[in-house]
Design a protein around this ligand. Structure first.
Ligand SMILES: C[S@@+](CC[C@H](N)C(=O)[O-])C[C@H]1O[C@@H](n2cnc3c(N)ncnc32)[C@H](O)[C@@H]1O
Ligand code: SF4
Length: 318
């Protein structure tokens, strides 16, 4: 496992952290709000976690889900502490509670991603009438020169609206990330996927869209490939393995560490009880199967394969 360990030393940069599993919305594609055990991470536990991730060289923190990060009452303390420790901070939020906190808290983030899948059908997807508030909050952050992006999760409820959503935010110079629904947080998954005709229409729209949606052309190609696979109901794997478990860890409110946030993720241990190095040692055999094997997470656009990594490194250097 020396190979995996060496690779991780080069690649591990990010901790995604869920500081709560409570949520104020009721999204169709997410099961978090149905969880029985409601749990906020304490500030004391957060500080222990931060110390431990610093030891393995993690430099970037993403406050995200399972849950709505802004629901944790200690949100400001978490942000101030992580910032004071020199981390680059990103936030993924449903955008409903922005005005609960001072602007200076959000200024500490390098990027703020707000999830808004629809304007017309927001209530149907997310169970609350919040789209006006969210749009106002997006503009509020943008007006104050913060780096804001919008996450759009593709479903049968919004595929017809994509063009409108994209042009609306493009005018504001706000970047959109289009995501596909995975079965990780699955709830009413079967209501959301698109039928054949809807998929074809979406593929046509994405093909037309040259700028603005995707970080790069690879991501555009990967999205079209995945949608085509769905269309043909193909089980063909696009790429072998996935290096995400070497690039990042995903920490839950109780300190448990997931290998990533994809379908094949597993719990590696608990950061309040053990150190990351020890955890990696215990799990490296399993991780190497994810990295070098062919078991793919479905519909995940974040995955990057080992062959892809090697080619990229040859091209751009380590
Ligand atoms: C789980 S949420 C947590 C942060 C916050 N509550 C929010 O909704 O932005 C993080 C991201 O995952 C997306 N998401 C939710 N359910 C999903 C699913 N089944 N598949 C893929 N992404 C999903 C959300 O749209 C959001 O952009
Ligand atoms: S997607 Fe985000 S806002 Fe929706 S229920 Fe899940 S955690 Fe809450």
């Amino acid at each position: 496992m020396i190979f995996i360990d060496l690779l991780r030393k080069r690649l591990l940069k990010v901790m995604a952290i869920a500081i709560t599993n409570r949520c104020n919305l009721r999204c169709k594609m997410c099961s978090v709000w149905k969880m029985k055990n409601r749990n906020d991470m304490s500030f004391k536990d957060f500080k222990i976690i931060v110390k431990k991730i610093k030891l393995v060289g993690i430099k970037k923190m993403v406050f995200s889900g399972y849950g709505e990060p802004l629901m944790n009452k200690n949100f400001i303390s978490f942000v101030n502490y992580a910032f004071s420790q020199g981390f680059e901070l990103n936030l993924i939020t449903n955008g409903t509670l922005i005005r609960r906190y001072p602007l200076k808290t959000f200024k500490k983030f390098k990027k703020i991603v707000i999830s808004l899948d629809s304007i017309e059908n927001y209530f149907k997807i997310r169970g609350k009438k919040e789209s006006d508030t969210i749009i106002k909050n997006i503009f509020f952050l943008k007006e104050h020169d913060l780096n804001v992006e919008v996450n759009v999760l593709l479903s049968s409820y919004n595929y017809e609206e994509l063009e409108k959503i994209f042009s609306f935010f493009k005018k504001m110079n706000i970047k959109i990330n289009l995501h596909l629904t995975t079965d990780v947080l699955l709830l009413n998954f079967h209501e959301l996927p698109l039928e054949k005709r809807q998929l074809s229409k979406t593929i046509e729209f994405i093909k037309k869209e040259e700028r603005g949606i995707f970080n790069n052309l690879n991501q555009k190609k990967a999205t079209i490939d995945l949608l085509n696979q769905l269309l043909k109901k193909s089980k063909k794997n696009l790429r072998g393995g996935c290096i995400m478990p070497l690039k990042s860890i995903f920490v839950l409110p109780d300190g448990n560490v997931l290998s990533c946030c994809g379908t094949n993720a597993f719990i590696m241990g608990n950061l309040l009880k053990s150190d990351l190095k020890e955890m990696f040692k215990r799990n490296d055999e399993k991780i190497s199967k994810l990295v070098l094997g062919r078991r793919q997470c479905k519909y995940c656009l974040d995955k990057e394969s080992f062959p892809q990594l090697v080619l990229e490194k040859i091209k751009y250097g380590w």
